[in-house]
Design a protein around this ligand. Structure first.
Ligand code: KG4
Ligand code: ZN
Length: 477
């Protein structure tokens, strides 16, 4: 979160300042800037109440000077500098400034790269600008006519119809989701034909609601994104056709997003992702360990050999005569459960998973008890199933990280909402930079597709009007 710097942030800011600069500003200087300098605005970027970056702007009519930008040493190379810079550029733009200026040490390669990447150009060299004799580059960026590109994204891979609009700086303009869950719950699972039909009924209303909420014209967006796969073929088609119609009518490029990349990249709304990154993808259709070297390189290093974990949750709930979707039900029942039933631990070599043996063991146990006229203690059974299933996720994730050391660990997908999984991840990976998506981002939505689409847009990865939906698309494609 980025906000105006307050006096109480100064201790943290000063410690970063002292370890970052040869001639650090002192406390009195900062206090003076905050209280007495009318042209100054200081901002801090905070993560869990800890300052990770800060910066200062001076507003001088049409010009804005970036007089300070610093990132805490232990948090560098994580994208905080870029986010802070883009935020400050937006502040300057909103105040009506036409240029942004800064000076940077010619030997500070990382800072130079950051500024160049963000559109700053060198105007001239100031000789011996710094006390140590280093030269400085005087850099400038024009602020007129530069708009962050907006993306309109559609998600329709399963039983949620959704549309969202964000810009490439991850400013959220709107996000609208409607779920068909109540209808499918009556049948104990998603009925594909019913899902497609309901998407057809909903899609125009949802897109219109997202555009209205964002208060934009579709003309203003830079691209139309949609989930191209994996998912239910009929459901995917509806979103695809809607996206193509918008793309054709408004003459906008089309982005076909992999659904699971959406589940991964929505974590960027929490904080920037650092690479290499390990993603534990746990949903109704997938259970995968994905090693991500950069935003273009995805390698599945472990996957389920049979059922996905969400599927196992849903089937176990069904066996216990509980409602669909089963995941949240089992999560709730298990909270009251005790260790009582014994279930077999899945035995699979390497980094792969298996949940069908565990699911069948639950099925057999229920049948046996019912045949004997005994009542199942649902809380205890949910507990037993969940502990075995989740422990296998934790064990394999640990093994994966030993083989593929990573800077970040994220969990992604519907099952990431599971309260016990979140607890276990925190307990077992306290040594890692772990990102848990907030619950509202775990279920399918279009914001996630938009967050992933930002990366496609950055790399000019578009699809044509003839692109087909891919129900079983791999994240490596
Ligand atoms: O990602 P998602 O919304 O759809 C797919 O792309 O598959 O995941 C849906 C799955 C369902 O199997 C659902 O039972 C499971 O996520 N799920 C949960 C929880 N909430 C949803 N599983 C365990 N615990 C939960 N709290
Ligand atoms: Zn999903």
């Amino acid at each position: 979160m980025i906000e105006l710097l307050k006096i109480e942030d100064l201790d943290q800011v000063l410690s970063i300042e002292e370890s970052s600069f040869a001639k650090p500003w002192n406390r009195q200087y900062f206090i003076n800037e905050i209280n007495n300098n009318e042209i100054s605005e200081l901002y801090v970027y905070k993560e869990d109440n800890q300052v990770v970056a800060y910066g200062e702007l001076w507003f001088m009519f049409e010009n804005c000077d970036l007089t300070k930008l610093a990132v805490k040493e232990s948090e560098r190379r994580r994208g905080y500098g870029s986010r802070m810079l883009r935020y400050l550029i937006n502040v300057a733009k909103e105040k009506g400034c036409e240029f942004m200026h800064l000076e940077v040490d010619v030997n500070n390669e990382k800072a130079l790269r950051l500024y160049q990447k963000n559109g700053f150009e060198t105007l001239r060299t100031r000789k011996s600008y710094y006390e140590n004799g280093d030269d400085a580059y005087d850099m400038m960026k024009g602020l007129i006519g530069i708009e962050s590109r907006k993306i309109l994204a559609i998600e329709s891979s399963c039983d949620e119809t959704a549309c969202a609009i964000i810009d490439e700086d991850l400013t959220v303009y709107s996000s609208v989701v409607t779920s068909q869950i109540d209808v499918h719950a009556r049948f104990g699972g998603v009925i594909p034909e019913v899902a497609s039909r309901m998407h057809v009924e909903q899609i125009s209303t949802i897109v219109k609601a997202a555009v209205d909420q964002a208060r934009i014209n579709i003309d203003e967006v830079a691209a139309i994104a949609y989930t191209i796969g994996p998912g239910l073929i009929g459901s995917l088609h509806v979103g695809g056709i809607a996206a193509k119609a918008l793309s054709f009518f408004y003459n906008k490029p089309l982005i076909g997003v992999h659904h699971l990349k959406g589940h991964i990249f929505i974590n960027e709304l929490i904080k920037p992702l650092s690479y290499p990154l390990m993603a534990l993808v746990v949903s109704g259709g997938h259970t995968e360990l994905v090693y991500i070297e950069n935003d273009q390189s995805f390698k599945i290093i472990g996957t389920t050999l049979d059922d996905a974990i969400g599927e196992a949750y849903d089937k176990v709930a069904r066996v216990m005569h509980e409602a669909y979707p089963g995941g949240p039900v089992i999560d709730r029942l298990a909270k009251e459960g005790k260790p009582h039933y014994q279930l077999p631990t899945p035995k699979v070599d390497g980094l792969n998973f298996s949940f069908s043996g565990l699911k069948n063991a639950v099925l057999q146990l229920v049948k046996k008890e019912e045949a004997a006229g005994n009542t199942i203690n649902k809380n205890d059974l949910a507990y037993a199933f969940q502990e075995v299933a989740l422990n296998s996720l934790i064990r394999k994730t640990r093994m994966a990280l030993e083989q593929y050391p990573c800077r970040n660990l994220v969990i992604a997908g519907g099952v990431a909402a599971n309260s016990r999984l979140r607890e276990k991840m925190q307990e077992n990976f306290s040594d890692m930079d772990l990102i848990l998506p907030p619950l509202k981002y775990c279920t399918d939505n279009a914001l996630m597709i938009a967050c992933a689409a930002v990366h496609y847009l950055k790399h000019d990865k578009f699809v044509g009007m003839d692109a087909s939906s891919m129900p079983s698309m791999s994240i490596e494609d």
